[in-house]
Design a protein around this ligand. Structure first.
Ligand code: NAI
Length: 283
């Protein structure tokens, strides 16, 4: 099956990046958001990143203009009616996502594939909310999307081989590296990353070392490009807590219990970089 026209739902930090990489790879892209302000901000961000790439001689002025010509914005989800694929990147909330998928199932042509960029929610449950579960799949991009090479492709229990193959082919076409993953809590990326971040928070909570020293150990000692607490601030501490809760509930194993200090920070509204304060201050 050939995928030529895509709708990306949600113009936030992930959706805008996903729309950009599709448009740069030559696909026709419609980006949708409920909120006109968020849509404008997402598209402005794409323009800014492309202009920066021209400034650094990474792409030509013509490539930038052609990419922008392939990109359109809308607040009307009905515009997905002639798309071959949709990639959903709205808030990490099962009720919101299943509502979006039910609606898309009604709008989209029969052959279309419905993908979710969820970082932790079960694709199997999202698929079950539609009448085409074999055409539902997880397409988990990493942040920042234009930079990071990986796409975790998550197979729901219902996903067909044809759907999987179409998404693997597309991932290669947009110059990313696919990894096939079964639908289990946290997939592979967050099942390994989040417990490490949570343990780093326990290390601070128990007074073993300061956030700066924990990050230094992992950077200089393990060659990680970024310390786990800096990374947690970058991802958002609310998101980290949410994913730990998904792991804890999904596996029923106390090794995934979220650190009380993480809960306290989230309750205080210290969500990391986006709120100006997390383990570090961004004022
Ligand atoms: P964000 O908060 O930056 O963007 C979400 C956007 O969705 C907002 O602009 C909002 O207005 C829009 N939206 C909400 N409900 C909508 C609806 N019903 N229809 C259309 N638009 C709607 O969130 P972000 O960080 O981009 O995350 C999006 C998804 O990507 C989540 O599922 C998240 O778990 C996943 N993800 C996030 C990563 C990260 O590092 N932030 C990494 C990988 C996946």
């Amino acid at each position: 099956m050939s995928i030529n026209k895509v709708m990306v739902i949600g113009a936030g930090q992930m959706g805008a990046g996903i729309a950009q990489v599709f448009a740069q790879a030559g696909l026709s892209v419609i980006i949708n958001d409920l909120d006109q302000g968020a849509l404008d901000k997402g598209i402005a961000g794409i323009k800014k990143r492309l202009e920066r790439a021209v400034g650094k001689d990474k792409i030509s002025e013509t490539e930038k203009n052609e990419t922008l010509d392939r990109l359109a914005g809308t607040t009307d989800m009905n515009d997905a009616s002639d798309c071959d694929l949709v990639v959903e990147a709205v808030v990490e909330n099962m009720d919101v996502k299943t509502k979006v998928f039910k609606r898309l199932d009604e709008i989209m042509p029969e052959h279309a594939i419905l993908a979710s960029n969820t970082s932790s929610l079960p694709i199997t449950e999202i698929a079950a909310a539609t009448n085409r579960p074999s055409q539902v799949i997880g397409m988990h991009f990493m942040n920042p999307v234009p930079v990071m090479k990986l796409v975790e492709i998550i197979r729901a229990i219902q996903t067909s081989d044809d759907t999987y193959q179409a998404i693997e082919d597309l991932t290669k076409k947009i110059n990313k590296s696919p990894v096939e993953v079964e639908d289990f809590p946290g997939f592979v990326s967050n099942r390994i990353l989040m417990p490490m971040i949570n343990e780093a928070i326990y290390t601070v909570h128990e007074g073993v070392a300061s956030p700066e020293d924990v990050d230094t150990v992992m950077k200089l000692g393990m060659n990680h490009p970024m310390g786990p607490l800096t990374l947690a601030d970058f991802i958002g501490l609310d998101t980290c807590l949410y994913i730990m809760e998904v792991l804890h509930e999904g596996f029923g194993d106390s090794k995934y219990r979220p650190c009380p200090l993480l809960r306290k920070y989230v309750k205080a509204g210290w969500l990391g970089k986006k709120s100006g304060r997390g383990f570090y201050s961004y004022e």
